[in-house]
Ligand binder design. Structure first.
Ligand code: RBF
Length: 162
């Protein structure tokens, strides 16, 4: 009879005292992004990350998230860089250019620096949709972004590079 085996699940370690986190947050649609920031901060603190290990950088809009994230990622100081923004569709295709540039830019920075660079940018059809996702009836995507950062930091600790 075949011996049954189960796959090995790679464990997720909790953050330790040396882990620092950077949060880059866009000022554009500030009423929304401050709520995303509050959610992310709450989540990091609840996981035991002290405020002294969290740095927050404000940038003008979501378009500027990648260049700031790149600098912070390259500093070697952070276990993860969280990027928060709210892009809301207007009358033109501006939002699509921002969304495409930012999502691809952040992924490139993440892979180039071997670091979890988190995409906490709302890409909404309306302000109403954004409100629902920043502490409304669809949760707070800032919380989810920080949860994902903690998960990735904890997972990568157990996947050391060759
Ligand atoms: N930034 C955002 O974070 N969210 C937006 O919804 C947003 N909409 C914009 C719409 C227009 C027409 C323009 C010109 C800029 C917008 N920005 C937005 C700002 C953008 O991310 C960036 O800060 C500026 O384009 C300066 O580079």
């Amino acid at each position: 009879m075949l011996k049954s085996t189960v796959p090995q699940i790679i464990p997720i370690s909790p953050p330790d005292a040396s882990d620092c986190f950077a949060i880059v947050v866009a000022e554009w649609n500030r009423s929304i992004t401050t709520k995303l920031l509050d959610g992310a901060l709450e989540t990091l603190r609840a996981a035991g990350v002290d405020d002294s290990r969290i740095d927050v950088a404000w940038v003008p809009g979501s378009w500027e998230l990648p260049v700031a994230a790149q600098r912070l990622a390259q500093s070697g100081k952070y276990a993860s860089v969280l990027c928060l923004g709210a892009v809301i569709r207007g009358e033109t295709s501006h939002d699509q250019h921002i969304n495409r540039g930012v999502s691809l830019g952040l992924m490139e920075i993440s892979l180039a620096n071997d670091l979890p660079v988190m995409f906490g940018v709302l890409t909404c059809e309306s302000m109403e949709q954004a409100i629902h996702r920043a502490g409304g009836n669809v949760g707070n995507k800032g919380i989810e972004c920080a949860e994902a950062a903690l998960q990735m930091v904890g997972l990568l600790k157990n996947c050391p590079p060759e």
